[in-house]
Structure formats: C-alpha cells, structure tokens
Design a protein around this ligand. Structure first.
Ligand code: APR
Length: 254
C-alpha cells in the first residue's frame, strides 16, 4: 500500500499528532459500525434508536441487554493493525487519540493517551445518583431483555456509561479533545461518518487553528470536503502503511 506523498509529508513533519477515531477504526476488529446493520438477535433494531434517553425511559431492559451484547462482542475481539500502528507511532511523536468509540481497543493496543468523547461500555453509572456501578458479566448467549444492575448506594437503575443521542458530552474529555487539536501539527480523522455533532465539528475547528487534516476512510463522508487530504483506505491497512513509511520500529525508544 503506497502512502500518498502529501500524507507522508504531513506525518513526517508532525511532532504532535491528534487522531479522531470513529466506528470505522474498530470495524476490522469485527465491531459493526453504528450505521451498518446490527447482527444476530439485534439485526432488526436500529442502533441509533436504542442509544437514546427515550429508549431507556421506555424500556431499560431492552437497552441494557443491547449494551451487554456489545460488551460481550468487544471482549471477544482484538485490537487491529490500525490500533497497534497508532501505539507504535507514539514512540516517535506525541500521539493523542480522541475517540467517539465506546470500546477499549485503543487501550488494549497499548495507547495511553486516549480521550473518550462518548463514554465507555465498561463504566456504567447510576441513572439516579451518578455513582459508578459495577459492570456485571454479560450472559453467555445474547438475550433480548435484561434487568439493569441496581446502584448499591441508592437503589437506582445502573445505566450504560455512554453518551446517548441528545445528551451533552462530558465536559472534561471535550476540553482535552479541543486542546489537543489546537496544539497538534496534524489531525488524522479515521473511520467516522462525521454526522454526529459536536465531534463532527472537530476537523473544522482544527483547520480554523491552521492544523492540517487528513481523513482515512474507504468512503466519501460528510467530512471529505473539509479535509486537506482524503485518503481512501481502511484503518487496518492505511495506518500500518503510514507508520511503516515513517520507519518507526518497535525498537524505537519511547
Ligand atoms: N476503516 C476506516 N473507516 C471505515 C472502515 C474501516 N475499515 N469501515 C468503515 N469505515 C467508515 C465508514 O465509511 C464511515 O464513514 O467508518 C465510518 C463509520 O461511521 P459511523 O458508523 O457513522 O460511526 P461514527 O462516525 O463513529 O458515529 C459517530 O454516532 O452513533 C453515534 O455515538 C455514536 O460514536 C458514534 C457516533
């Protein structure tokens, strides 16, 4: 895989790299993207309708069962070569990852600087008092409905620790994200359709600060005309090729 020359030039000269990742980052690990069809038990459900406060208010057991299915799925899969390439790149540059993903694949690939804009599958909290709630093990086989755990402090329902459509993003991760973009020499946008705000506004924010933006996505998206270079490749193909071309070896000291 040849890395486009403009992309390589930008990557070579970047000391600080910000990377905004979306569901496409984990697709080659086997995690379906948000706008792809769900599979198995959940194939007739619309993910964008389940990830809402209204769905939770209406039927918490269905929403909880869906999130527990996703917990089980993510636990079964492994980080892909794209996740690992970002970890390797951090040996040679300051790489700050800002992810919309609620999986833990960047961390499991060994990346340390990861900001989760939309929360995590693995950090449920009480829907009443906001305290952390232990994550139960998901059932072996997927089920259609599952009672959420009770909060040990107040007895409220534990809810997934993710940001649903229509909810505010937590402030600290947002501030970390915007700061890392402003300070970056390059923003790489990997595998996001760019339709969900405010995250989708980050590439144009970076550009308004003079930060060049490169997109890695096999398809054209709403962001494609807002980037300096749109590279039509996938995360697990493009990122290792790029890091390879930068000649960063596993023996490069951190
Ligand atoms: N490598 C790179 N990109 C890929 C790959 C791949 N292997 N496979 C698919 N893509 C791209 C698709 O072309 C698409 O542009 O990943 C993008 C996935 O888009 P979405 O499914 O919309 O996911 P995302 O942009 O992360 O969604 C944003 O919306 O549903 C909410 O909170 C949820 O965080 C999510 C947010």
């Amino acid at each position: 895989m040849n890395v486009p020359e403009p992309v390589l030039d930008l990557a070579r000269s970047a000391r600080r790299v910000a990377v905004l990742t979306g569901a496409g980052m984990s697709a080659e690990s086997g995690v379906p993207t948000f706008r792809d069809a769900q599979t198995g038990l959940w194939e007739n459900f619309d993910a964008t309708a389940l990830a809402t406060p209204a769905a939770w208010a209406d039927d918490p057991a269905t929403v909880w069962a869906w999130y527990q299915w996703r917990v089980a799925l993510v636990r079964r899969v492994q980080p892909n070569a794209g996740h690992r390439a970002l970890t390797d790149w951090a040996r040679a540059a300051h790489v700050q990852i800002v992810t919309q993903n609620v999986d833990d694949l960047h961390e499991r690939a060994g990346s340390h600087e990861v900001t989760h804009l939309h929360g995590s599958l693995f950090a449920p909290r009480c829907s009443r008092c906001e305290r952390a709630v232990d994550l139960p093990d998901p059932p072996e086989d997927p089920v259609a409905r599952l009672d959420p755990p009770s909060c040990p402090a107040c007895g409220g329902d534990g809810r997934p620790g993710v940001v649903w459509f229509g909810e505010m993003l937590p402030q600290d991760p947002w501030e970390t994200a915007t700061e890392s973009l402003r300070e970056a020499d390059l923003l790489l946008v990997v595998g996001t359709s760019g339709v969900v705000y405010p995250a989708a506004g980050l590439p144009s924010l970076a550009r308004s600060h003079g930060v060049p933006v490169v997109q890695i996505d096999p398809r054209e998206t709403d962001l494609s005309d807002q980037v300096d270079h749109a590279w039509r490749t996938t995360a697990a193909v493009g990122l290792p090729a790029l890091v390879d071309a930068l000649r960063i070896g596993t023996d490069t000291p951190r």
